[in-house]
Design a protein around this ligand. Structure first.
Ligand code: IPE
Ligand code: IPE
Ligand code: MG
Length: 247
């Protein structure tokens, strides 16, 4: 029996987030340039999106490019930006055919103009799709996002008259880029690294973390099913005791 058959439909995570890591190492293992790994990473991202939509996952968030990734060699950053623009353009029909809405989080204004425009157009052209929301985290970092949220709250102060006691968790969450989505129940990271790398720090307070040795271009639908089955076998206690959860 494969992992897919073991998935309990009623316990499916509504939101899965993925740190797609290991493209460079995968390319090196295959005797190629890092860019070759990124190109193959696109197929893995497509598989993750297809599998999630087929299962009925409502939100899939992919960490595609971090704030810190801007400091990579210029040629790699440029190749990644070109790859993003081409991929978004190529996948528009597939997104619409599969009824998937595209969304993006991060400091999008810092993207090259062509990337920004293409992203906004595709978001607009898929906005009526309601099977799944596919969010790309681009030029994203969680500390940037939280800092932005604080700035936004302070700038609204004149109209809303915020007092210290009015600053709530809900208010902060509402001012994050992820305001319209539930927190992820499951976060997957590939490539064997057991770290978060500035991704969704606020939102993953109680998320189940799943680390796999697989390098991102080797990620398949089956890898996703395996992660979901692992997640479904965990007891999420949210600070309570096991006895409280069972009763
Ligand atoms: C993930 O793969 C893709 C991005 C961060 C854009 P890497 O490029 O980080 O690959 P490794 O971790 O160096 O193998
Ligand atoms: C995290 O991968 C960012 C993305 C997957 C986009 P990195 O390869 O940049 O993370 P570190 O540097 O290993 O922590
Ligand atoms: Mg990496």
């Amino acid at each position: 029996m494969g992992f897919k058959e073991k998935i309990i439909p009623d316990k499916l995570p509504k939101h899965i987030a993925i740190i797609m890591d290991g493209n460079g190492r995968w390319a090196r293992q295959h005797g190629h340039d890092r860019i070759f790994g990124h190109q193959h990473g696109v197929d893995a991202a497509r598989a993750a999106a297809e599998a999630s939509a087929e299962l009925g996952v409502g939100y899939l968030t992919l960490y595609a490019f971090s704030t810190e990734n801007w400091n990579r060699p210029k040629y790699e950053v440029e190749a990644l930006m070109t790859l993003f623009v081409e991929t978004i353009r190529k996948e528009l029909d597939t997104l619409n055919k599969n009824n998937i809405q595209l969304n993006a989080i991060g400091d999008l204004k810092s993207l090259p103009e062509e990337n920004y425009n293409r992203l906004m157009e595709t978001i607009e052209e898929t906005k009526k799709n309601d099977r799944m929301v596919l969010t790309l985290a681009m030029s994203y970092s969680s500390r940037w996002e939280i800092t932005e949220a604080v700035r936004r709250i302070l700038s609204q102060q004149d109209t809303h008259q915020y007092k210290a006691e009015n600053i709530t968790e809900e208010l902060i969450a509402k001012n994050l880029n992820t305001a319209d989505m539930p927190d992820p129940e499951l976060l997957i990271r590939t490539s064997g690294e057991a770290r978060i790398s500035n991704f969704l720090l606020w939102q993953i307070a109680y998320t189940e973390l799943y680390f796999t040795q697989k390098l991102w271009p080797d990620f398949t639908k089956e890898t996703l099913y395996e992660a979901i089955v692992d997640y479904q076998n965990r007891e999420r206690r949210f600070g309570l005791t096991s006895e409280q959860i069972i009763s």
